[in-house]
Design a protein. Structure first.
Length: 414
């Protein structure tokens, strides 16, 4: 069989992965909460995991299964589970697989809401070490006898530190640790989690996957690389004959069914439609981000630009190694100390001041006063976040129009 390209696979994923009825090219939306079985024995077998089927839409439905199949196929994974938000996917995964007394090594550059969740895990008795994941030696030195997992993002938001993904993957493989990678900033179009030996990936589908700022969603994908027989926290209830399914089964039972953050069928359908243009949008956004970051890098009113695509970025060569010719579509800048960042953002006309990222539109916000405000000054300093830092999520507009908007804003300040 001829191996099809990325976008071709996406555009035809519903037909090839899910086989919708009646010749439909997209999986129909299923709003049914309950599912009937003619034979009680079939219901019992599905309930007990002996057969594949749906028993209650909080746990599964044809709409969510269709999206899960598409994402698992796209990422060459063993399987996937969708959730109502990206944070739900992260929370469900960590709370399902970690117990009181376990130790988690996590990136010290984690996004604000995820960092807040880490604080909650500590309150529940899970030990946490926050380390600089750009240096695998720091990860190695943090390992303890009770360490269960290493968790990092590919590119940190907003300072764009790039984790040493391959080295960490090799370390986790040697030590038998779960390796959880958040690839929200780098969807599979530009990053292959299998190549760095990730055990699981989590992602906010709200961002680049859906892409249009109109639907929430999250996903966890099992790459099939990790041997779940060596993980001590799997309940005997979820140890089926297929040992590769143990991890996803426990996340589904504990994290999805018990915690209830189910993705609505309408949302699953909207995300699947958005996915079709992922590569087209991502390529354009990344190209625009590189052009815009390069323009700002040489501007008199800009003190510093944080973008992995620039040759002076500390992890530029790591980014070249891990990502497929693109460097993501977010970057941050520090304006000169005498420039009013709020005034600059207010002077932008085309660029939206908004809290989202991964949209078709270019978005901007001040970092310390918004998405990282709750983390406090000390934590922001450790993450490399300055009080005058501005973050940009670059969209798919014509680059000349974006640059022109920045130029007119700078002119107003002058």
């Amino acid at each position: 069989m001829i191996k099809k390209g990325f976008t071709t696979r996406l555009v035809h994923a519903d037909r090839h992965c899910n086989r919708p009825q009646d010749g439909a090219v997209h999986q129909p939306i299923s709003n049914s909460v309950l599912f009937e079985y003619d034979d009680v024995a079939d219901l019992v077998d599905v309930f007990q995991g002996k057969k594949v089927g749906h028993v209650y839409s909080r746990s599964s439905s044809s709409s969510n299964s269709a999206l899960q199949n598409m994402i698992a196929d796209l990422e060459d994974g063993l399987g996937a589970l969708t959730f109502s938000t990206g944070m739900a996917a992260i929370s469900a995964t960590l709370l399902s697989l970690l117990k009181q007394g376990d130790h988690l090594i996590a990136s010290q550059f984690l996004f604000g809401n995820t960092r807040s969740l880490v604080d909650t895990l500590q309150d529940l008795g899970i030990e946490i070490s926050l380390v600089d994941v750009t240096d695998v030696q720091q990860v190695s030195e943090a390992i303890r006898s009770n360490t269960r997992m290493v968790y990092t993002e590919t590119i940190a938001n907003p300072v764009t530190q790039v984790a040493d993904l391959s080295a960490i993957g090799k370390l986790c493989t040697e030590k038998g640790l779960l390796y959880l990678v958040d690839n929200t900033m780098t969807p599979s179009f530009i990053f292959d989690a299998n190549k760095v030996a990730a055990s699981l990936t989590v992602s906010s589908l709200t961002k680049y996957a859906a892409g249009h700022g109109h639907v929430l969603g999250g996903v966890v994908v099992d790459t099939g690389i990790y041997n779940w027989e060596q993980y001590p926290n799997i309940s005997d209830l979820y140890k089926g004959q297929d040992t590769q399914q143990w991890g996803l089964t426990q996340i589904k039972k504990k994290g999805l069914r018990d915690m209830g953050a189910t993705l609505a069928p309408q949302s699953a359908h909207a995300i699947s439609i958005g996915l079709e243009t992922l590569a087209l949008r991502m390529q354009k956004s990344c190209e625009n981000a590189l052009r815009l970051a390069t323009y700002l890098h040489g501007h008199d009113l800009v003190e510093k630009v944080y973008y992995p695509g620039l040759s002076d970025h500390p992890q530029h060569f790591l980014a070249r190694e891990h990502f497929k010719g693109s460097y993501g579509a977010i970057f941050s800048i520090d304006l000169n100390p005498d420039v009013d960042g709020f005034a600059f953002l207010n002077a932008l006309n085309l660029v939206l001041c908004a809290t989202h990222l991964g949209d078709t539109r270019t978005l901007a916000l001040p970092v310390a006063q918004t998405i990282f405000y709750e983390n406090g000054q000390d934590a922001r300093t450790k993450m490399g976040i300055n009080d005058n830092m501005l973050r940009f999520s670059v969209g798919i507009e014509d680059i000349d129009d974006i640059v022109a908007d920045f130029e007119q804003a700078f002119e107003q300040l002058n």
